[in-house]
Design a protein. Structure first.
Length: 67
C-alpha cells in the first residue's frame, strides 16, 4: 500500500471516530458540519487545480500540501 493511501485511510478513520464521538455527545449539527468539511475541502482543491485563473506556481504549492 502506498503512503498516500495509508494517510487517506487514517484520516477517514479518524474523521469517522470523531464524528461518532460528537454524535454520542448529542451535538448533531456539529457532527454534520465536521463530516461535510473534508469532502468540501476535496471539492475545493479539485476546482482550484482545474481553474485556469489560478497561477501554475500556486497550483504546484497547493498540490504539494496534499500528501
Amino acid at each position: 500500500m502506498s503512503p498516500t493511501t495509508v494517510a487517506i485511510a487514517l484520516a477517514v478513520a479518524f474523521l469517522s471516530v470523531y464524528v461518532s464521538f460528537v454524535l454520542v455527545l448529542g451535538r448533531r449539527n456539529d457532527a454534520r458540519a465536521v463530516a461535510r468539511f473534508v469532502p468540501d475541502c476535496v471539492v475545493l482543491l479539485r476546482r482550484l487545480l482545474a481553474d485556469p485563473r489560478v497561477r501554475r506556481r500556486d497550483k504546484v504549492l497547493l498540490a504539494a500540501l496534499v500528501p
